[in-house]
Write a protein that binds this ligand. Structure first.
Ligand code: NAP
Length: 468
């Protein structure tokens, strides 16, 4: 019954609508929500004695589908709702930039300390979603969840099961610590599923949320998001380079790579930046390399020392791999990339040498480890492709072949590498590893890696691998 003039779907007779709402009151509905703009005629339409007899709480609501009003305007709307007779005040506003959420959360804090009036202040749209996912943490009286995906009654509304099972809304309190992933786009990110499952397993009062951020500097200078409630952030495309400039301290390898994917809040409210992409990729390769070794030989810390590492790709993942190999003392780092200029630049920066992709394909190259960091082989468009044909793989004599692509789990490159007798190192291990290392930096506790892995597989529709 939300009318079209308030952004709803009801176009019918207003008196009929109001009488239906009062029928709900007469039948003992716990809450009835009416628009602030209709409050006067709504209360005037009350059948005699109904309100006095009922225990129904009246929510008076105001919706702004354009933007988040200023703090002064929000206070005015709040006061109007109270004066008009609201038991609970509700304000929903379209969030065009995530930093505007601070106005809604400040309103909640003021309402609590000044009037004590029960209040709901929620952001609409994807950028506003975090105000819904953290509704209890921020002190909202209630929030809204769709019964299923596609049945949302407002833009950016999560489903009930997401609120309950992933973001554990019922366990949130004002003390709940928050972590999140900064990116744009962000709705496809698997990180919230991975981190929340691990937070729950560790018994931590903490929640991990997706953050649609357009300007990372502005985001990280918004007092709400740098308050001590927010302990750290993951960073993904397109902010990994920009995040470097927002760090007071930098892990030395992250500095060389020129990209961070993890920001940990320091006690002074500033951030230290890390790159767990590189450390997870290197660890994945080291583990694969040592999997066939015995005893002392399994010193994975030094296993890449002196080895020849061939990296295909010179983008973000390629840089992480190349600098990671250099950090581990690789003897020779060879960069092959479609854009040869890019290969040369990365090779110069990490002390390696550049080759053209064709050179890689003609079988002349030898090495210990091959790492594909291009998207070749990825579902759905290039599953039949490989960056290095099987005969060239055979000739190269690699011990370990790593593929950053993890969908499909076994790419053509990895399948053919196994057929050539190489040990496979999986992109899924890197993906879970980078998240697990972030978790440990954020919380100081061990991540539940096996649960994280199960969560990714389930998210990819590969549940049969979870419970074969
Ligand atoms: P990026 O910065 O955009 O770099 C893409 C790289 O792939 C560039 O070197 C590009 O070459 C190359 N490339 C793209 N299409 C190609 C093609 N058709 N033929 C040959 N080379 C091609 O991307 P990124 O962040 O490094 O990610 C690259 C891949 O790694 C993606 O599949 C991503 O999903 C995966 N990844 C996995 C993890 C993990 O945790 N497993 C983490 C990060 C990334 P040019 O320079 O010539 O354009």
């Amino acid at each position: 019954y939300r009318p079209t003039w308030e952004g709803g779907q009801y176009k019918g007779d207003e008196q009929h609508r109001l009488s239906v709402l009062w029928t709900a009151v007469e039948h003992g509905a716990a809450y009835v929500d009416c628009e602030l703009r209709a409050a006067g005629r709504f209360f005037a339409a009350a059948p005699k004695g109904v309100r006095e007899r009922s225990t129904t709480k009246i929510i008076l609501s105001s919706h702004n589908y354009d933007n988040v009003p200023s703090e002064v305007e929000l206070d005015e709307i709040h006061a109007q709702c109270v004066v008009a007779g609201a038991d609970i005040v509700k304000i929903a506003a379209m969030v065009k930039d995530i930093t505007h959420i601070a106005r809604l959360e400040n309103l909640l804090a003021r309402a609590k300390s000044a009037t004590g009036h029960k209040t709901i202040a929620l952001g609409m749209g994807e950028a506003g979603q975090v105000s819904r996912l953290l509704a209890a943490k921020f002190g909202n009286f209630l929030t809204f969840g769709a019964l299923r995906s596609g049945a949302e009654s407002a833009p950016g509304q999560p489903t009930l099961s997401q609120l309950r099972d992933i973001y554990r809304l019922q366990k949130q309190s004002t003390k709940t610590k928050v972590m999140g992933v900064i990116g744009n786009p962000i709705s496809q990110s698997k990180s919230p599923v991975l981190h929340n499952i691990s937070l729950e397993a560790a018994g931590l009062d903490a929640c991990y949320v997706p953050l649609l951020v357009s300007d990372i500097r502005e985001f990280l200078s918004t007092p709400l998001f740098v308050s001590d409630s927010f302990t750290g952030f993951s960073v993904t495309i397109p902010h990994k380079e920009g995040a470097v400039m927002c760090c007071e301290e930098l892990d030395p390898v992250a500095k060389k790579i020129g990209a961070v994917n993890t920001l940990v809040r320091l006690p002074n409210g500033k951030f230290k930046g890390y790159n767990t992409d590189y450390s997870a990729a290197v660890r994945t390769i080291e583990r694969a390399y040592t999997s066939h070794l015995d005893g002392d030989m399994r010193d994975s810390e030094s296993i890449l020392r002196g080895k020849t590492i061939v990296v295909i790709g010179a983008g973000g993942a390629g840089r992480s791999l190349a600098f990671g190999a250099a950090f581990k003392g690789a003897g020779k780092i060879i960069i092959a990339n479609r854009n040869f200029e890019r290969a040369k630049a990365l090779a110069a920066a990490c002390g390696g040498e550049a080759v053209a992709l064709d050179e890689l394909r003609n079988g002349a190259l030898k090495g210990d480890v091959l790492a594909n960091t291009t998207s070749l082989g990825m579902y759905p468009d290039s599953v039949d492709e490989t960056p290095m044909p099987k005969d060239a793989l055979q000739a190269a004599g690699f011990k370990v072949v790593f593929d950053a692509v993890y969908n499909p789990l076994e790419t053509r490159l990895l399948r053919e590498a196994k057929e050539c007798g190489c040990t496979q190192a999986s992109g899924l291990d890197m993906f879970v590893g980078q998240a697990a290392q972030q978790f440990e930096l954020f919380t100081g506790k061990k991540a539940a890696e096996s649960l994280m892995r199960k969560a990714v597989l389930a998210d990819m529709g590969l549940d049969y691998l979870v419970n074969p």
